[in-house]
Design a protein around this ligand. Sequence first.
Ligand SMILES: NC(=O)c1ccc[n+]([C@@H]2O[C@H](COP(=O)([O-])OP(=O)(O)OC[C@H]3O[C@@H](n4cnc5c(N)ncnc54)[C@H](OP(=O)(O)O)[C@@H]3O)[C@@H](O)[C@H]2O)c1
Length: 185
Amino acid sequence: MLTQYYTASTLDGFIATTDHSLDWLFPLADISTTSYPSFYNEVGAIVMGASTYEWILQKGMMIGTPDETEWPYNMPCWVLSHQQHVIPQGADIRITQGDVRNAYNEAFKISGDRNLWIVGGGDIAGQFFDAGLLDELIIQIGSVTLGNGIKVFPREILFPRLKLISCEKFSESMVELRYKVSNFE
Ligand SMILES: NC(=O)c1ccc[n+]([C@@H]2O[C@H](COP(=O)([O-])OP(=O)(O)OC[C@H]3O[C@@H](n4cnc5c(N)ncnc54)[C@H](OP(=O)(O)O)[C@@H]3O)[C@@H](O)[C@H]2O)c1
């Protein structure tokens, strides 16, 4: 099982505006023309932070509105949070807190050969990196800048720990960089 942080970032390194908007992202690419379908096929479990989870509930699923849709993932999902959250019917959501090794160990048992997707935010991926558990960074970089926002990966990683393993252009507005992380722990 690989632990992969797969996300989209602006050119200046932000995954969302400071008020959690992703409006900058959706005009950039049709997700079906990116690596997402093949990436998702290999995912056995997912992890995300509380803000990302709430974004999916409110903006992705539009919970509580007439246009409400279903939880979009069909594998177990660990949500790191100190709060209580609504859990959509039929979704396999496990709220957990503290050391990310706990979620990792549980996901490892369930996921088998499939990968663990760190959905975000960047600090959650950073916590996996700190624990020596992050194997890959897969970042789609959009041709936009925000000036400020929520950072894609708020950690210092100096050469030679990141090895570029692929670089793929999806369109004039999106390129994907895939890095292998060397973990020393
Ligand atoms: N561009 C993209 O492709 C992309 C992908 C994913 C997410 N996003 C967006 O990026 C933004 C991410 O925001 P973010 O970085 O502020 O949020 P986040 O990582 O989604 O959530 C942060 C929150 O998770 C909880 N948390 C974090 N670590 C924890 C731990 N070890 N134990 C328990 N709880 C823990 C804390 O909330 P509590 O203590 O309050 O519970 C913390 O405030 C969201 O707007 C999301 O929609 C964008």
